[in-house]
Design a protein around this ligand. Structure first.
Ligand code: ATP
Length: 594
């Protein structure tokens, strides 16, 4: 499998188009800011005129009043410039923050629309770095561009024009200096972009590595994996340092060559201009002002060229963001009226991406409306995959999953999922209170609704015993609750949703017998809701699904048996075999009676 952190390359044009898309809603603000910054930059050109006027007029005249007027004009001018500069800086900062916040929001919104498959082929930390740290890298580029670039471009034009008017022969020096600086910058463009891409990808890996270790900290500690994790993180960290140092070397070389070219240009002006002063074709004041203008020209030219550094880093970030934004969202149909009815799999074949063996090899089954079907079978048989297809987390490559005879793909995705409640294998909770977790799908539910659902899930008693009852914080992913408690909260959440279809994935595995009994009560409560709930229960503990209307036995991606518990036991097939095995195991583990 290819490394999902390694980005497909996008053309500069495609990235610039994306940048335009990002900036377009702020067109008016951008243009006003460009005007303001350009005006500020143009003001800069006034500075050397003060010097020229002082050298050539104020000082030679030696008039005290003129000195005072000159000082007042000088002070007033620079105060005005400082105010305008401050406004430009602040507005550019505000604009950047708005743009980047929009980019971050758009990226996150898009992330939420992507299919589960997109999440399963990239580590979650790497995905979150796309919506958190990549926009930050973009921020550097936009901030630099918004605060200075336009002004610098204007300054270059204004100052170049002044230089030509002042002395076009001297100004010709720039015909050699400027193209040379441009060639140097261009030469470093691709290496800098490549290095920036590598850095962004390393940041993604670094985030992914730490997120994985942190979210699995109990396993890390239980298996004394701290050193291993430290080394993994250390390797990525070192790679990040090395890449940054290498990139810095390139930036340093680029800046060094540009600086030396600019300084040689100044040297040439001093020699040629000095010779002109000797020949009386130029005054000393003119040469001084010319050199000051030359420096004023080189400043913005260098800034524009050094912007290359931020530009390439921003472009690399934008490339990663573009690749996220170009990922196809989940697509659903247009039907929003989701009927109640039989769920059926018709000759479904399904293979996970990058896997050779199909997980389902032509499975057909029917789960009539209002009934409970239990999926059983050995590990890897394809039970969770069936549940995944019913929830439309994946779509079959062949055959169809239907509800009341309609292919699930014809339904609007949100409308369909509103009808489905899921109690996943690992009953994930969100940080927040117990109550907020129970009403996750129905944020407007009343306290009474929440408590009713909790009672049916047999969770009310334990919730009341918590320090703050329903307002107790469960911690990240519910770490402050036990496995059984989390499961009961997850079941209450599913009950409150009042869905028509319940997918209960291995809700009773990993639990001790006592918890199993509690969960069994909760399931009974759920089934007793008696409002036509169709349930698909995946269970390893066969005792919990004895009462199911149909037991569907799967092996190796196929349905091998189906029927009621009694019938399947009488038939003596695979289910009977699993039943006997489980009973024997239970007998063996049951403590001896005194
Ligand atoms: N996201 C995935 N990507 C690739 N292969 C997968 C993925 N999920 C499951 N599989 C594979 O598909 C097959 C069926 O898996 P499935 O999870 O449906 O089995 P199961 O019967 O639910 O097993 P268990 O009871 O152990 O959870 C297995 O071979 C498994 O390795």
């Amino acid at each position: 499998m290819s490394d999902p952190n390694t980005e497909p390359r996008q053309s500069t044009l495609a990235i610039l188009k994306r940048l335009w898309g990002v900036l377009a809603p702020y067109k008016t603000r951008v243009l006003s800011l460009v005007a303001l910054i350009s005006f500020t930059a143009a003001l800069e050109a006034v500075g050397p005129q003060f010097v020229r006027y002082a050298f050539d007029t104020v000082i030679p005249e030696g008039n005290a009043e003129l000195f005072l007027w000159f000082a007042a004009a000088f002070a007033g001018f620079y105060l005005f410039r400082a105010v305008i500069e401050y406004a430009g800086m602040y507005w550019s900062f505000a604009l950047t923050q708005h743009v980047v916040s929009d980019v971050r929001m758009d990226a996150y919104n898009h992330l939420m629309t992507l299919p589960v498959s997109r999440f399963s082929n990239e580590q979650s930390g790497s995905l979150s770095s796309r919506v958190v740290s990549d926009p930050n890298a973009l921020e550097g580029m936009i901030q630099a561009a918004a605060s200075r670039l336009s002004g610098q471009l204007v300054a270059i034009l204004v100052v170049a024009a002044i230089l030509i008017v002042m002395n076009w022969q001297l100004a010709m020096v720039n015909l050699v200096v400027l193209p040379l600086m441009a060639v140097i910058t261009y030469h470093y463009q691709e290496p800098l972009r490549e290095a920036s891409r590598d850095i962004r990808e390393t940041v993604a890996r670094l985030t992914a590595t730490s997120t994985e270790a942190i979210s699995n900290i109990r396993v890390v500690k239980a298996f004394v994996g701290e050193d291993q994790e430290r080394q993994r993180f250390g390797r990525q960290n070192q790679a990040y340092v090395d890449l940054n140092l290498d990139r810095r070397k390139d930036v340093g070389k680029m800046e060094g060559f540009v600086n030396i070219t600019a300084n040689y240009g100044l040297g040439a002006l001093l020699v040629i201009g000095g010779w002109m002063v000797v020949g009386d074709t130029l005054t000393l004041g003119e040469l001084t002002a010319f050199i000051m203008y030359q420096r004023q020209l080189q400043g913005p030219v260098k800034s524009v060229m050094f912007f290359n550094d931020k530009l390439q880093s921003g472009m690399a970030a934008l490339e990663r963001l573009s690749n996220l934004m170009d990922a196809e969202p989940e697509s659903g149909g247009s039907r929003t009226d989701v009927p109640s009815g039989t769920i059926a799999l018709n000759n479904v074949r399904f293979t996970y991406p990058d896997v050779k063996e199909p997980a389902l090899r032509g499975v057909s089954m029917q789960i009539p409306h209002g009934e409970t079907a239990a999926l059983v079978g050995s590990s890897g048989a394809g039970k969770s995959t069936v549940a995944n297809l019913i929830g439309r987390f994946w779509d079959p490559q062949d055959g169809a999953v239907t509800l009341d005879g309609h292919d699930l793909r014809t339904f609007d995705l949100k409308a369909l999922r509103r009808k489905i409640a899921l109690v996943p294998q690992d009953p994930t909770l969100f940080s927040g209170t117990v109550a907020s977790n129970i009403c996750y799908a129905e944020p407007d539910a009343t306290d009474a609704d929440v408590q009713r659902a909790a009672r049916m899930a047999n969770a009310h008693a334990f919730i009341q015993a918590l320090p703050n009852g329903y307002d107790t914080q469960v911690g990240e992913r519910g770490v402050r609750l036990s496995g059984g408690q989390k499961q009961r909260v997850a079941i209450a959440r599913a009950i409150l949703k009042e869905a028509q279809v319940l997918l209960l994935d291995e809700a009773t595995s990993d639990l001790d017998s006592e918890s199993e009994a509690v969960i069994q009560d909760a399931l009974d409560g759920l089934f007793a809701r008696g409002d036509g709930l169709t349930s698909v229960v995946i269970a390893h503990r066969l005792s919990t699904i004895e009462a199911a209307d149909t037991i569907l036995v799967m092996e190796d991606g196929q349905l091998v048996e189906s029927g009621t518990h009694d019938r399947l036991l009488t038939e003596g097939g695979r289910y009977a075999e699993l039943w006997t095995l489980q009973h024997r195991r239970n007998e063996a583990t049951r403590p001896e009676q005194a």
